[in-house]
Design a protein around this ligand. Structure first.
Ligand code: KIV
Length: 263
């Protein structure tokens, strides 16, 4: 079994090998990913793929704490990051109180916060008070309503420079790594070069320092929609539906339970 990563080893990985991050929301899947992934992210995407909501905005801190506790039961050997949900970090004080609650009630090693230069003071306040912070720049799912949709970033020089400024500002504020989402590959590559901390991409091309995918997307379990950047490594929904249909057919025909599955 691989040794659990630390902030130091995550940062050292930057020029050595790409980091593997995946989301998990429960102990069952976290346990399956634990021996393989470097970092397990308890993403607020759980509000969509676990709770069935249209976006992440109604996720609560209590939900994040509950799911991070569950993930901690399965992922004993992975570095765990817990997303701070929408509305829980509107001021540095509120952010610190809520992040302390996450640290006290769950085994999270770090929290993740969406935003760039505008969140630098807040990131600095958290890191100066013992909370490790992963940044999140580019397409920000928590801004979907204010931006009127999910908008790919880094499409021109001005946007690319803004992303570089965002990454530098939160790195300087103390973030130990940064997720970059929904950004043109050439822009993301420039951001990765501009900072010393690892830049972990999702829909941001391959010239970054690691990748993260939402597990229910990459296992083909989430059917509502599939963004262009998602590669389905399993046809999960079809496999599950076929299995449950076979079970239902066998119950109907009394083929299940057979002798082998009967006391
Ligand atoms: O909530 C989440 O799963 C995330 C990923 C999209 C990075 O933030």
């Amino acid at each position: 079994m691989n040794k659990k990563m630390t902030i130091h080893s995550i940062q050292q990985a930057k020029h050595k090998r790409p980091l593997v991050m995946i989301t998990a929301y429960d102990a069952l899947f976290a346990g399956l990913f634990d021996p393989i992934a470097d970092i397990v992210l308890v993403g607020d995407s759980l509000n969509m793929s676990f709770a069935g909501k249209a976006d992440t905005l109604s996720t609560t801190l209590d939900q994040m704490i509950y799911h991070t506790q569950a993930v901690g039961q399965g992922a004993k050997n992975s570095f765990i990051i817990c997303d701070m949900p929408f509305g829980t970090y509107t001021t540095p004080e509120l952010a610190l109180n809520n992040a302390i609650k996450v640290f006290q009630e769950t085994p999270a090693d770090a929290v993740k916060i969406e935003g760039g230069s505008d969140k630098a003071d807040l990131v600095s306040h958290l890191t100066h008070n013992g909370i490790a912070v992963c940044g999140h720049i580019g397409l920000l799912p928590q801004s979907v309503r204010s931006e009127g949709g999910y908008r790919v970033k880094g499409k021109d020089e001005a946007q690319t420079r803004a992303l570089i400024e965002d990454a530098k500002a939160i790195e300087e504020a103390g973030a130990f790594c940064i997720v970059i989402e929904g950004v043109k590959a050439d822009a993301a590559a420039r951001v990765a070069k501009a900072v010393e901390v690892p830049l972990i991409g999702i829909g941001a091309g391959s010239a970054v320092d690691g990748q993260v995918l939402v597990f229910s997307d990459m296992l083909g379990l989430f059917e509502a929609f599939t963004p262009k950047f998602v590669k389905k490594y399993l046809n999960g929904a079809e496999l599950v539906k076929d299995a449950v249909q076979t079970y239902a057919d066998e119950v109907d025909s009394r083929a299940f339970p057979d002798e082998m599955h009967t006391y």
